[in-house]
Write a protein that binds this ligand. Structure first.
Ligand code: SAM
Length: 280
């Protein structure tokens, strides 16, 4: 039984970061007419009721989506993300927050397809309930890292692999790097988006060194922190590693984080960075 339930964290600053960037990666794939494939290896339940007692326990969305919802100065890059949230709610209400499956599914064209993988049986059942009868979406109860072996390479030969682990086991950074190597060996041209929480600086440098040592090219690293340096309670920030970053994504992401970070920052702390960990 997996202990992690994303409903406790839905809509927090990390969700805003990953989901807004995710929309841009999907839209980048749509610049070509050819069909593409999306694999979401840690898919969650797809939609989160922010009034549920679990979501209310720490009300993390209040430091996340609620900080930007209703703003009038939202940059164009965020519009698809905001539309995904609006699509779950009546008017400008913010009751339901869409997870990655709902956000991506809205953007798929009729020729594209998506595989959703979730290891928690109950969460997987909930997710399956949202997609019964959807010919473009298939849901599997499976280990996300196994799914990289099971579904890659996709027949479309174009696609996005989103790896959004809950990081509730030891050695998850190693597992992430190993998973990327395995997946990239099977499908070297895929776009990969790997989310991770920021932990102690030494662990983060080891993760980066490990990634560079894989020899995989075109790795763009995006990070955002929301608290002062030295903060030790809870998550201080998070990052996303994008492999085979699509043309135009880097400047777009920079400008998005420049707008987003100060709005999600607590007492003006933290910052953001976008760097190439490995070039072509
Ligand atoms: C951070 S949440 C995912 C959120 C989702 N990607 C989203 O953005 O809406 C991580 C999910 O991974 C699931 N999970 C944990 N370990 C897993 C594994 N080894 N394989 C697949 N899913 C796993 C958890 O049950 C949880 O639902």
């Amino acid at each position: 039984m997996l202990a992690y339930r994303h409903l406790f964290h839905a809509g927090n600053f990390a969700d805003v970061f990953k989901h807004s960037l995710l929309t841009r990666l999907i839209l980048a794939l749509e610049k070509k007419d050819k069909p593409f494939f999306v694999l979401d290896t840690h898919a969650g339940i797809g939609r989160y009721d922010l009034t549920h007692e679990w979501a209310q326990k720490n009300a993390e969305y209040r430091d996340g989506i609620a900080m930007i919802w209703g703003r009038k100065d939202v940059p164009d890059e965020f519009i698809p993300y905001f539309e995904a949230i609006r699509g779950e709610n009546a008017g400008n209400e913010l009751r339901f927050y869409p997870g990655s499956p709902r956000i991506v599914r809205r953007l798929l064209r009729p020729v594209d397809r998506m595989v959703l993988v979730e290891l928690n049986k109950k969460d997987c059942e909930n997710l399956g309930g949202l997609y019964g009868g959807d010919r473009q979406t298939t849901v599997y109860l499976m280990d996300g890292y196994q799914s990289l072996k099971a579904f890659l390479p996709p027949k479309e030969r174009r696609g996005l692999i989103f790896i959004d682990s809950s990081f509730d086991r030891a050695r998850e950074f190693d597992r992430l790097t190993e998973g990327l190597v395995e997946a990239h060996r099977r499908f070297a041209t895929g776009v990969y988006a790997l989310w991770y929480p920021l932990m102690e600086p030494l662990a983060m440098r080891a993760f980066e060194r490990g990634l560079v040592a894989t020899g995989i090219g075109k790795m763009l690293q995006l990070e955002m922190t929301v608290v002062q340096d030295g903060y030790s309670e809870g998550m201080r920030g998070c990052g996303m590693l994008v492999v085979n970053s699509p043309f135009g994504f880097e400047p777009e992401a920079r400008s998005m984080l420049k707008w987003l970070q100060p709005l999600l920052s607590r007492e003006g702390g933290g910052g953001h960075r976008v760097v190439w960990l490995a070039g072509e």
